[in-house]
Design a protein around this ligand. Sequence first.
Ligand code: CTP
Length: 429
Amino acid sequence: MTVDSNFEVDLQGKKIALGVTGGIAAYKSVEICRRLVDAGATVIPILTAGALNFVGAQTFKALAKNEVITDLWSNSDPMIHTSLGRSVDLIVVAPATANIIGKAACGIADDVLSTTLIASRSAVVFCAAMHTEMWENPSVVENVETLRRRGHFVLDPESGELAGGDIGVGRLAGIDVIMRTIWELLEQTQDSPKVDISQQNTQVSISSHNQHFRGLRFLVTLGGTREAIDPVRYIGNRSSGRQGLALLNIAARMGGTGFAVSTVDVPKSLGFEVIHVETALEMQEAVFGKLNEIDILIMCAAVSDYRVASSASTKLKRSGESIQLQLVENPDILFEATQYIASHDLSVITVGFAAETDNPLENGKAKLIKKGVDLLVVNNVCEDGAGFDTETNAVWILDRENTISRIDLSSKESVAEEILKRVFKSIYG
Ligand code: CTP
């Protein structure tokens, strides 16, 4: 399979079941069907009774040049659910309503799509689309979490105009995003490694779509701390929290649970307990409050090394004169955490991050030792696409055995996948 920069994918030889459920976005699945067929995939459309209220089976039949499956009983194959479930490379449910997400999470098999889902071992991507209230309903949040824990891919809906003119989160993800996700899932189920880790003399056979972290608890810090100068201003940094969010996303997909200690919003649907913090001292308290409960600590946050000695309780006014701020050192949370883990004989894998501007590898090696971490992820923030507030990253992963893995410029999700595969190797060898 190949992909170009516009996500024009080549899916020759792939067989994909396209499940369509009863939501207004069902009309977009007509286009998804066409794009999959154009990409060379064999597409088997499965339309639920609800979907048939929005779109017609004939449209899909003409596009897919295949029989459209609408129920369990009127097909020449009496075991259509199992034969389909076994033969497809991927099941894409688009749109995935709250109903099908709930049925899949609970193991309900009462129509051809839900029965095929339960009868299949292939990868599944649910492209969620529903009203905001439904997406945020605790039962849907839990069902999404359950599906992710089981290794299914749930593509979050986007924000925008919804049926009836409402605005909010709930729109089906863009078709390019869906096509890219499909391609990535199919690539990864082939286990083709993106990273050259030959220096470690190991082969990547870990898939980010398997539940490798089931039963393991993470603590991931993310975002940038803010140290108050007065009630209005603060000392901060340019971290967006995107790399941390990508790590949480992939960790959830790989079955992990635990805590996100964050200065930025974290979607509840990822299933992590979110502890919102602002300052380094709050982050330190939150991290230390959970150290005894975790298996993996990933300190992705950009922590301010200094805070204002005494921040003003009211807004500082212009006085016509220059002012001086006295800064005092913040604790080094990661260093203190690795010391605590060692002195209490805890079994916790520790991962630190280092954003460097010069001599990244040299500084990174020294930082790995200084911080006492198992793995250190280093990036050169001066490198194009690897700085703050970007969609991409390029990093080196260093370990205590002095091995270095390079991950070239790629999406923060891909970087997160490679970091987590490396973490998995540290745990299981
Ligand atoms: N870190 C931390 N507490 C701090 C500063 C950093 O826990 N007060 C963590 C970060 O979350 C990151 C790692 O330490 O995982 C490295 O952060 P970085 O800012 O690169 O290192 P510093 O220790 O601050 O060193 P320097 O700024 O001098 O390079």
